[in-house]
Design a protein around this ligand. Structure first.
Ligand code: ADP
Ligand code: ADP
Length: 233
């Protein structure tokens, strides 16, 4: 579903690439973890998946990135938006409406869906993410875990094949983090969504993963494999 072939990204006039020689494959319908210390290039990899590198961040991309067969170099991020949805660390900073229900509907508005389809998808997503009781709540009054579920829901209503998340549990306590991770696991198993999740705390997320991609240090080649094999590295 996601494929990197010999990918390097260099920002601005930096002498060394932020990531280099990245070959990786994320199969359809798997929850894949991208782990490694801060600064190793995890966000760069995620931004390359959704086309922000090279179209918005100023990086120069070498090699090839394809998502669901689409080359991200020839497709702008908005031309990938029906395939890839992204969720960041701090949902509150990115919310664009006031209530849970409005936020879930907003993600679909640019897709030109019929009103009854949008209504149905909002209902399905509220149920799927356990948000039905919170539908009228002001976003600012939600807990961190609830906010993160709303941010995931706002993307899910577009039915993306791929969901990309950058440290979605970094601001959460362990119980809320578990809650968000088990929601993601359910999406993979029930809907066949492909999930790529970046995280620097391997131990928190590894039990939920089908595959782990470890970026050991800046510029080093990724180590890929089953969680137990990568944990042993
Ligand atoms: P991580 O997500 O693992 O912390 P990043 O991908 O954010 O790593 O960063 C990798 C390297 O690229 C860092 O040295 C960072 O400073 C640099 N970098 C990331 N984004 C940009 C950008 N938009 N412009 C310039 N340098 C960047
Ligand atoms: P519509 O596209 O008309 O809103 P549904 O929302 O009922 O119809 O979903 C159509 C199909 O998409 C169903 O088979 C359902 O299983 C699947 N589906 C539901 N939610 C998602 C999702 N978040 N991502 C991908 N497929 C989904």
């Amino acid at each position: 579903m996601i494929r990197f072939e010999q990918v390097s990204v260099t920002y601005g006039d930096a002498t060394a690439p932020a990531v280099q020689g990245i070959d990786l494959t994320v199969p359809e319908g798997e929850l894949c973890l991208l782990v490694g210390p801060s600064g190793v290039g995890k966000s760069t990899v995620l931004n390359a998946v959704c086309g922000l590198v090279p179209h918005f961040t100023g990086g120069t991309l070498r090699g090839r990135v394809t998502v669901d067969g689409r080359d991200t170099r020839t497709h702008k991020p908005r031309e990938l938006a029906d395939v890839v949805g992204t969720v960041g660390q701090d949902p509150l900073a990115h919310f664009v409406t006031d209530t849970v229900e409005d936020e879930l509907a907003y993600g679909m508005e640019s897709l030109g869906l019929a009103p009854d389809v949008m209504r149905r998808r909002v209902e399905e997503t509220l149920d799927l993410l356990g948000l039905a009781e919170l539908r009228d709540r002001a976003l600012a009054t939600l807990s961190g875990g609830q906010r993160q579920r709303v941010a995931i829901g706002a993307v899910l209503t577009t039915h993306p094949k791929v969901l990309v998340l950058d440290e979605p549990t970094s601001a959460l306590d362990p119980a809320a983090a578990e809650d968000v991770l088990s929601v993601l696991q359910r999406l993979v198993h029930d809907l066949g969504t492909t999930v790529l999740l970046a995280e620097h705390r391997l131990e928190r997320v590894v039990q939920y993963a089908d595959q782990v991609i470890l970026l050991p240090s800046p510029g080093a080649a990724p180590v890929m494999g089953a969680p137990a094999d990568v944990m042993a590295v």
